[in-house]
Design a binder for this molecule. Structure first.
Ligand code: GLS
Length: 799
């Protein structure tokens, strides 16, 4: 580590060089240039002065394969981890600059969609902080998740998010770590279990390493692969005179890592996506094997030293890829290869939604990966024998229907993962239980001991220390020990929950954070919000199961009630939304547009000023989340029970002192358990009662007909009140709610409104409210991603 003096010297020398190269003096540097300079300085400091990871005795090295790493801005986080945040600020002050402003210059590398990608980033942070040897493997997308804006009619507009990957200062291009990846072509049997694959075309993958800097820990890489063509022209084809076709291969390679698929909880059955997945896996598996063998270890020792953790099914093709290499390149028998692979992979399931469980068309897979399909068929045959042996004749059909990897001309990737992994885990207790009871009961019988739970977590470095510096300073004052490294220490503030001085301080911080967010809202939307109001926050992807439209119906009903009865005793509210919808997800986009339509009317109504306001901030991303979360009073976690695997925003918000208003879904269940039922507000149907509702034949219209408040809310959505008289704009959404409503919004409406009343009543007693929010911070230390990583170490990665 650098001493303060050493850092100062390095800072001055690097700044001199940076300025000289540009013929500028420090006072002439723009904020963007200051950012570039600092990012380069921080990157060099990490590589030259921060220790790389060393193996641990009792856990294997983790190779974390994920198509998404939603890392967010790195500079601030890295300076904090290096212990150089304050020093840097002091150095900058000499030039009249402020670090917070400079950090705003960094573009978020948005290389993920939502919770799944952000979880991967939190886990990299925790693994580096705990010195768990690990490497993240992902793709170096040119465009991350699209930028979101809103059109005149409140509709979502998408544009490309160029994060200028080619100029990103905090990465290292390792052109020497080059892999060749084949596609298409023919397969021929050599002998025994060995085949030869002659791909039709090949492309290169080159690595870009972004160092992940652990808090007072070590640094290790996030390795992102980028696609290149073998050469500008495939010369053989060129000589044949078919050079136009040769050129099209060039496009294919560049296209491969051009853009992140913008889907969350939804599988896209496109060939390009499958190619991305295979490219990612082929590069990563080859790299893992190369590194393993370079240490003088045998192939048989692979599972002893390495684990390949599959972040959902997106990297599932890594399983047949490893088998292929072991069989065809290293001449192992099927039994030997299987023994190695099946002890190396572990799979995390992140969703039960059927539309998100990937299945590939067998024909497409055969065309693109002819050797892999043979391996998958072999896995399927082997599995069939196991299922035949374990289930009697009467049970077999049902068991096979659930467990088969190849079924109905489809390759079921979740099944491939379960069969090919030694451990499978869900991401919150209720979700892990449902994986066993609803998704894979036959597998649970077949592979006893394979299924686990590891409840998700979030890194306290980014989500408290960095995002909420004021709260962090208060915690520092009152907690013995470094809570950033051991979040269970937060329980030391529990005895202070009733302490008036502590309450005042805690509340003042929330108020200041609300003011900062209010300034952001005003700057972005031109809307002045009332900081005395409850800041009620729903920030996440737009998805019907997350039910932003339930929130919206309550807002409309509240508006109508205030219009009808302006004198009522009302606790002012600002409803804050942020989130993106997949560009192809029509219904989610309708919900976005409807919220904007309602916001427009309410915010312009003079009767509502300071009472009821709706702020929908565009372009939700990590850096925006960091601004909203510390300012929230209420955290909306209102998915239909059984649909949200875990959630992680719920953890960030609660730890920063927001009260969870939620259903018994995902990690809400555990949040309620730890915080205490009196410190959350739970409503709505449970997993069991949803089941009953469906069995009885759920008819949403009955609720509409029997509840005048609900009816009026839906009717005004339909009658043009919120769409400038356009009665068609929200037709699809209204029709869906009345005639379909798969996610039971109408069934939970009454209960949700009651819960909202409870929130308002509790907020009126500020002393009790603040006590409750303090207890949320004090009691939720278990939701640190450090705890999750320790769970992975003891339950899954152990040697
Ligand atoms: C998700 C789930 O929907 C979230 O509930 C979960 O918190 C997250 C991380 O485990 O994974 N699955 C998914 O496809 N996108 C997600 O955010």
């Amino acid at each position: 580590m650098l001493s303060s003096q050493q850092f100062q010297t390095l800072f001055d020398a690097t700044l001199n060089r940076y300025c000289e190269a540009r013929f500028l003096t420090p006072s002439q540097l723009s904020d963007t240039q200051w950012y570039q300079f600092l990012a380069t300085l921080s990157h060099q400091t990490v590589l030259q002065h921060f220790p790389a990871n060393a193996p641990l005795a009792n856990t294997r090295k983790v190779n974390y394969l994920s198509m998404e790493f939603l890392i967010g801005r790195l500079l601030g986080n890295n300076l904090l981890s290096l212990g150089l945040y304050d020093e840097t600020n002091q150095q900058l002050a000499k030039y009249g600059k402020n670090l917070v402003d400079i950090l705003e210059q960094e573009r978020d590398p948005s290389l993920g969609n939502g919770g799944l990608g952000r979880l991967a980033a939190c886990y990299l942070d925790s693994m580096a902080s705990l010195s768990q040897p690990a490497i993240g493997y992902g793709l170096h997308y040119q465009y991350g998740l699209f930028k979101q804006a809103f059109g005149d009619e409140g509709q979502q507009l998408e544009s490309g998010d160029g994060w200028e990957r080619d100029f990103y200062p905090q990465q290292y291009h390792r052109a020497d770590f080059r892999q060749t990846v084949g596609f298409g072509g023919k397969v021929s049997l050599i002998s025994g279990d060995k085949y030869a694959w002659q791909p039709e075309w090949t492309i290169f993958g080159e690595a870009f390493d972004l160092p992940v800097v652990g808090y007072k820990g070590v640094q290790q890489p996030l390795r992102l692969w980028q696609g290149y063509s073998e050469s500008a022209f495939d010369l053989a084809t060129f000589n044949d005179g078919d050079y136009l076709d040769a050129e099209s291969r060039v496009v294919d390679a560049a296209k491969l890592t051009k853009v992140l698929y913008p889907n969350d909880n939804h599988a896209e059955g496109k060939a390009l996506r499958l190619m991305q997945q295979y490219f990612h896996c082929a590069c990563s598996v080859a790299d893992i094997l190369k590194n393993h063998l370079a240490q003088g270890r045998t192939l048989e020792q692979l599972p002893e030293f390495e684990v390949i953790q599959l972040n959902d099914t997106h990297p599932a093709i890594a399983i047949p890829e490893l088998l292929r290499l072991l069989l065809d390149q290293y001449d192992l028998s099927w039994e030997q290869a299987w023994a190695i692979a099946s002890k190396t992979f572990a799979y995390t399931n992140h969703t039960l939604l059927p539309e998100a469980l990937e299945q590939w068309d067998q024909k497409l897979l055969t065309q693109l990966l002819p050797r892999h399909i043979l391996i998958i068929e072999r896995i399927n045959d082997q599995l069939r024998q196991q299922v035949e042996a374990a289930f009697d004749k009467a049970e077999f059909d049902a068991a096979w229907q659930e467990t088969a990897v190849l079924f109905d001309q489809r390759v079921r990737m979740a099944n491939l993962c379960v069969v090919g992994s030694f451990a499978v885990n869900g991401v919150a207790q209720i979700h892990s239980d449902l994986v066993v009871s609803d998704l894979f009961p036959a597998y649970a019988r077949l592979f006893e001991g394979r299924f686990h739970n590891v409840t998700n977590g979030i890194t306290p470095r980014r989500w408290i220390r960095q995002a909420n510096p004021k709260l962090s300073a208060l915690l520092d004052q009152h907690i013995q020990g470094d809570w950033t490294q051991d979040l269970s220490l937060l329980n030391q503030i529990e005895p202070l929950a009733k302490n008036p001085a502590f309450q005042t301080a805690y509340r003042a911080i929330k108020q200041q954070n609300k003011q900062a967010l209010a300034a952001e809202i005003e700057q972005t939307l031109g809307l002045k919000v009332n900081c005395e109001a409850i800041f009620d926050v729903q920030i996440k992807r737009f998805h019907e199961y997350k039910r932003q439209h339930l929130n919206l119906l309550n807002i409309i009903a509240t508006y109508q009630s205030l219009k009808a009865n302006p004198q009522q005793d009302f606790v002012p509210r600002v409803f804050i939304f942020a989130g993106k919808a997949a560009p192809g997800y029509f219904m989610a986009k309708q919900i976005i547009q409807a919220i904007n339509g309602v916001a427009n009317v309410i915010n312009q109504d003079p009767d509502m000023q300071g009472k009821l306001q709706v702020a929908f901030l565009p372009d939700y991303r990590v850096s925006l989340a960091e601004k909203i979360i510390p300012a929230a009073d209420v955290s909306e976690q209102i998915s239909l029970a059984g649909k949200e695997a875990s959630g992680t925003g719920n953890m960030k918000l609660a730890l920063n002192g927001a009260i969870t208003l939620g259903t018994l879904d995902g990690a809400n269940v555990e949040i309620a358990e730890f915080a205490g039922n009196e410190n959350v507000v739970i409503f709505g149907h449970t997993v069991d009662s949803v089941r009953e509702l469906r069995e009885q034949g759920y008819v949403s219209k009955t609720y509409y007909e029997q509840d005048a408040v609900l009816k009026q809310a839906i009717d005004t959505l339909a009658d043009g009140t919120f769409s400038n008289g356009d009665t068609e704009r929200f037709e699809a959404l209204v029709n869906d709610m009345l005639n379909h409503d798969y996610f039971c919004v109408l069934a939970d409406f009454a209960s949700y409104r009651e819960a909202q009343d409870i929130v308002a009543k509790r907020y009126q007693d500020q002393t009790a409210w603040v006590e409750s929010t303090i207890l949320n911070t004090a009691r939720l230390g278990a939701f640190s991603s450090d705890r999750s990583i320790r769970d992975y170490q003891t339950r899954i990665w152990k040697k």
